[in-house]
Design a binder for this molecule. Structure first.
Ligand SMILES: [Zn+2]
Length: 187
């Protein structure tokens, strides 16, 4: 079944290989790669593991994306991860489809820093089980954005942050002012 690019939604991914023994699906337009975890793990097993150029490799979820990419298989938002060696590598993980997306050039950079074969930590069962609440949050956010639009959503977030900085008393007054049809009418 053909699937579309998470970046350029109307472009169909084409069968490709990101490495001689690692098959992927590549977008002919933005040149990103979609890789199945099972294929990646097979590839890692076939590699002689070399030391990363930098000893410290840090993996973290970066949930504060303005626009998360959407999984081309499940239509759920992908979870953005950053893998830091001495530079930041980004990947987007499909929790349900067990696949990940790499923008153009990410893999080459990971190869140069010898981080490419060290992503198993990102995909460890332990880490995956911690991601359920985040996936729920992203899904919910995605629904709201779809309903009201990106621009409205980013304004709404600003208002929300500002509102929650106020005292409870002021907050109540402000909320009723915001939602009331006639805020100057005394009860
Ligand atoms: Zn694309």
């Amino acid at each position: 079944m053909s699937i579309n690019c998470p970046n350029c939604s109307s472009v169909t991914l084409k069968a490709s290989q990101i490495e001689p023994q690692l098959i992927s699906q590549q977008c002919p337009q933005c040149e990103g790669h979609w890789i199945r975890l099972a294929h990646y793990i097979d590839w890692v097993k076939s590699q002689t593991i070399e030391q990363a150029v930098v000893e410290e490799i840090d993996v973290e979820v970066e949930p504060n994306m303005t626009t998360p990419l959407i999984c081309p298989k499940t239509q759920e938002p992908l979870i953005p991860f950053s893998v830091t060696s001495d530079i930041k590598h980004q990947l987007h993980w499909g929790q349900t489809s067990k696949s990940f997306w790499l923008d153009k050039g990410e893999w080459q950079q990971m190869q140069e820093k010898r981080v490419a074969d060290k992503l198993t930590d990102v995909f460890s069962t332990e880490r995956q089980s911690q991601l359920a609440p985040l996936q729920q949050q992203l899904n919910r956010e995605h629904l709201i954005i779809n309903a009201i639009g990106k621009e409205n959503y980013s304004r709404l977030k600003l208002v929300r942050t500002w509102l929650h900085e106020q005292s409870d008393e002021h907050k109540a007054l402000m909320v009723s002012f915001l939602v009331s049809k006639d805020p100057f009418k005394m009860k």
